[in-house]
Design a binder for this molecule. Structure first.
Ligand SMILES: Cc1cc2nc3c(=O)[nH]c(=O)nc-3n(C[C@H](O)[C@H](O)[C@H](O)COP(=O)(O)O)c2cc1C
Length: 180
């Protein structure tokens, strides 16, 4: 491999999908998030203690995880450059939401998928806390699903983050299937 210059931004080497964490009335985008376990169903996101969301998570027992398409990149950028400490993002940015039925968090009406999670753990790793939630409910827009519970790549253009305020999405023409 070519020798490249050292960079602290190791996470800009690859795109990350974006999820929006909803706690109480607040919404915050995360690029650092991942499934953790299927049984029990656990989902994780890394939250800096500087975020208002972190303070809310200390008080609440649940949260939502929302997935948006690339058309909503501007909303993601706005949610990620403002703090619930200063403004009511949902009101001021006019974000369509409805209350999650089972946890104290909002489901974004424009999301193509969302989880309701019970807080399972919140542990410190370096400069972030790993928030782990047990998924108690999954909401998916029916029109984006194929059979076998997989998303139809022709019907969803997920928002991907490439660092430095750059967003992109998938090209379904690149789909290739390799049987095991
Ligand atoms: C695309 C994107 C991804 C982000 N990913 C993370 C992340 O994984 N963890 C984190 O702590 N902050 C992340 N942020 C920053 C927070 O979203 C941002 O600081 C936000 O304003 C915090 O809102 P709050 O203070 O209302 O919680 C990200 C921001 C953007 C725009």
């Amino acid at each position: 491999m070519q020798k490249v210059r050292a960079s602290e931004k190791f996470y800009y080497l690859f795109p990350q999908s974006v999820a929006i964490i909803g706690v109480g009335r607040n919404l915050m985008p995360v690029a650092w998030h991942t499934p953790i376990s299927s049984k029990p169903p656990l989902y994780g996101a890394l939250i800096s203690p500087k975020r208002h969301t972190y303070e809310l998570l200390l008080q609440e027992n649940g949260f939502t995880v929302n997935f948006l398409t690339h058309d909503h990149a501007n909303t993601i950028a706005k949610l990620g450059s403002t703090s619930g400490r200063e403004i009511d993002k949902i009101r001021d940015l006019k974000i369509p939401v409805h209350r999650a039925p089972q946890v104290n968090g909002m489901i974004m009406s424009d999301s193509y998928g969302a989880y309701e999670c019970q807080k399972f753990a919140l542990n410190e790793y370096g400069d972030h806390f790993l928030l782990v939630g047990r998924i108690i409910s999954v909401h998916v827009a029916e029109e984006v699903m194929q059979e076998k519970e997989i998303i139809d790549e022709r019907r969803v253009r997920p928002a991907l983050y490439f660092g430095k305020d750059r967003y992109l999405t998938i090209d379904p023409a690149t789909l290739s299937i390799h049987k095991k």
